[in-house]
Structure formats: C-alpha cells, structure tokens
Design a binder for this molecule. Structure first.
Ligand SMILES: [Zn+2]
Length: 413
C-alpha cells in the first residue's frame, strides 16, 4: 500500500513499534549466569551514569558513598536526583520511562512502592516482560574471559537462553598486556610478558578456543583515544598477529569502541571514565591494511562522528554502530542519525543499548526509536516531495535493515 506524505509518521511509528530489535552491544547476562545480570530498582538507581550525576550535588566523600550498601546508595540518589529536583537529564528521564512502562505510578515518587513491585517478580518473568516491552528479540552480551566469575560459567555445560548471544571482550590483551599474560598463564597458555617465543601462537590459541567455546558473534575491545597501530608496541603486535588473524579465521568482525579515557576521576570507579577525540586514520589504516577483516566501529567523541561516517563510505569492511554512552542523548542521537542517513543511506546500525541493567532496554530503545523515527520521517518527507512513491512494505523493510538485518548481513559477509 502506498504511503502518502500525511501518513508517513503514522506508518513509520507502527513499523518502529513492531520491529523486533537485535541489540548488538549490552552488558546483560542470561538468568543462568546467577548473580551477573543486574536488575531491579536499586540497580537502576545506582547505574554509574546516575552516580556521576548524584555527585554533582552531593558533598559526601566518594569512598564513603561506595562503602554504603546498595539500597542506601539508591536511596541517596533517589532523594537527591528525583525528590529534591526535577529529573531532566537523559539518565534521570530514563528511570521515569522504565517506571511508566512497567505500569508503576511515576507521579507518586514512592521508592518503596517500586521496590514492592520488584519483590513480587522472578528474574525469568522480568526478563520476558522487559524483552517484550522493549520489543527486543536478541541481545549481544559482553563476555569477558578475563573475569574469573564469568570464566566459571563457561566452564560448566549450562544451556544459555538463546536470546542472549555472545561476544568476546578482550580489552586486557590490548590495553594491559601484563594482566592478560597472568590470566593466560593461569589458564595453561604459554605466553610471556615480552611476547617472545610461542607467545603469539598461544594468544591465538586462547582467542580461538574462546571464540569457539562461547560461539562469539564478534571480538571486541574498548580503546582509549590514543589507540594507535602506527608503532611496534606489544599491543599493536597482539592486534596484528593474534586478534585480526583469529577474527579472519572464524570470519567474525573485530568491534572497536574507541575514545574512552579510563578513570579520569579514579574515586568515581565506573562513573569516572571520560571521553577524548581519537584518530580516524587508525580505523582507515586497519580497513586498508586488512581488507579481509571486518570492523564494527563506534566512537565516543562527538567530534569523531563525521569522519567516521565518511570512513564508512570508503570501506565496505567497516560497519558503524550506535550512539555510544555520552552520545546517547536525544540531541546528539538526532544529529548523528541525520548525518549517517545523509552519508550512508540505510547502511549502518543506528543504535545499541549498552544496557547494564536489564530494565535499561526499555528506556534506551524507546527514546532512541522515537528520535530515529523523527529523522527518518523527515527524510521520507523530502523524497516524497519529489514524486517518489513509498509503500508500507518498503518502510517495513527499511526499518528491519536498520534494527536487525544490517548487523546479521555484516556478520555473514
Ligand atoms: Zn558497553
């Protein structure tokens, strides 16, 4: 059926509401990984985004705050960010959207009432409810073989909920090699701190074993703005001699999340990371030098977004994804999505949730879809004004490209 200019928004909203999302990067885990999946109101309130915002107003000593039990931390954040002032920041507003969609009374501002709701839920029920409300079909976890707790789960033969896909997160190999060496040695891989002898082969064996064990859809690392491949460091050698060859061998992308300045304020822990502009020529160099490798890339600095979109025009082995972390604000999602649609058409992955707490899926997707819909509706309006004809089926297909198929097609290439 043809869609006229006056119906575009309505049709697009219907398709956006029904599309089943593939969320390509989260920090969620299945219920089977007991204790690893964060969920519930106290976890929602102690999200590191909100901890950082809490300290804008609080005089409390950082260490003292982190020594408090989680419930007490949640109460302080609730009081400071939701009782004493209006919750207008994106992370604050996210909490309200979650409460609203779960059917709770946002106007009541009753933390106890919200806690009561969660006490009445089992984890499995809540996972189903949240996936349904967020219209999420599958999510990709961040699986860390350097985390002893997580390693234990993979050593068992636990059946994992099929909605939870894996990715192999390898940060220490590229940013803290001595730490990586300790773990690899402990697991029986013959790696030395100076990367000599059979080290490269053993790192490859470690990576290959893990990709196979967890059936990783891609390998990934979060990298600093200073990340470079124009040197002869151990980090560069590990990337070129181990990570990229193993990715090629298994035909999986290497996902680079570039631009995090770790622990700018150490006392804030996870909330203490910041952002820096990175070098796009590093991405260009890797795409040029390794045409047989596939790269999923997101960058944290707003200043990198235009050149990243342009780089993706030059390299078909580069897939841009998401508006990451400090960019996941409505005004920036709008700007970045428009820039990408105008330079890349529909050939990118507009968003990932980065959800750290289960219920984040609800607000991150609802807020993003609304803005991506606004931008896309405007583009449809512009082409319809030329006499172009649009059908409902085509709108559906376009939306499926953005929210599901671009990712899986890139994996299959
Ligand atoms: Zn993340």
């Amino acid at each position: 059926m043809l869609v006229g200019p006056d119906k575009v928004r309505e049709v697009l909203d219907a398709k956006l509401n029904s599309v089943e999302i593939v969320d390509v990067h989260t920090h969620l885990f299945p219920a089977e990984f007991t204790g690893m999946l964060l969920w519930g109101i106290d976890e929602i309130l102690t999200y590191h985004y909100l901890i950082a915002e809490y300290f804008r107003y609080s005089e409390l000593d950082y260490a003292e705050f982190f020594r408090l039990p989680k419930a007490k931390q949640a109460e302080l954040i609730w009081q400071t960010l939701f009782v004493e002032r209006s919750p207008v920041s994106e992370a604050q507003r996210g909490v309200l959207t979650i409460l609203q969609r779960l059917g709770l009374d946002v106007g009541a501002r009753s933390l106890e009432e919200y806690r009561e709701y969660f006490r009445g839920r089992t984890l499995n029920e809540q996972i189903d409810t949240v996936f349904q409300l967020a219209r999420v079909k599958e999510i990709v976890m961040t699986n860390d073989p350097f985390d002893p707790q997580e390693r234990e789960y993979w050593k068992g033969e636990t059946e994992v909920d099929p909605r939870f896909k894996s990715s192999l997160r390898i940060d220490p190999l590229l940013v803290n090699f001595p730490q990586a060496v300790q773990t690899l040695q402990g697991e029986g891989y013959g790696v030395s701190a100076d990367f000599s002898g059979s080290s490269a082969a053993e790192v490859r064996r470690f990576l290959s074993d893990w990709v196979t064990k967890i059936d990783a859809l891609y390998m990934a690392a979060s990298l600093p703005p200073t990340f470079t491949v124009f040197d002869d460091s151990i980090q560069t050698r590990v990337l070129k001699e181990c990570v990229l060859p193993v990715c090629r061998e298994h035909n999986i992308p290497f996902a680079m999340m570039i631009g995090v300045k770790k622990l700018v304020n150490k006392e804030l822990g996870l909330a203490g990371d910041s952002v820096g502009k990175a070098e796009i020529r590093v991405v260009e160099q890797l795409c040029t030098e390794y045409p047989e490798n596939k790269f999923l890339v997101t960058m944290l600095s707003r200043e990198n977004q235009h050149e990243l979109a342009i780089a993706a025009r030059k390299y078909r082995n580069l897939m841009v994804f998401g508006c990451w972390w400090f960019l996941n604000n409505p005004s920036l999602v709008e700007e970045i999505t428009a820039m990408r649609l105008e330079t890349l058409g529909l050939s990118f992955i507009p968003q990932h949730s980065d959800a750290r707490v289960l219920e984040h899926l609800i607000y991150k997707w609802e807020h993003s879809k609304k803005i991506i819909g606004d931008v896309l509706a405007e583009k449809y309006g512009d082409i319809l004004a030329t006499g172009w004809q649009l059908t409902e089926d085509q709108v559906q297909k376009d939306v499926e490209e953005l929210f599901q198929n671009n990712f899986y097609r890139f994996l299959r290439r």
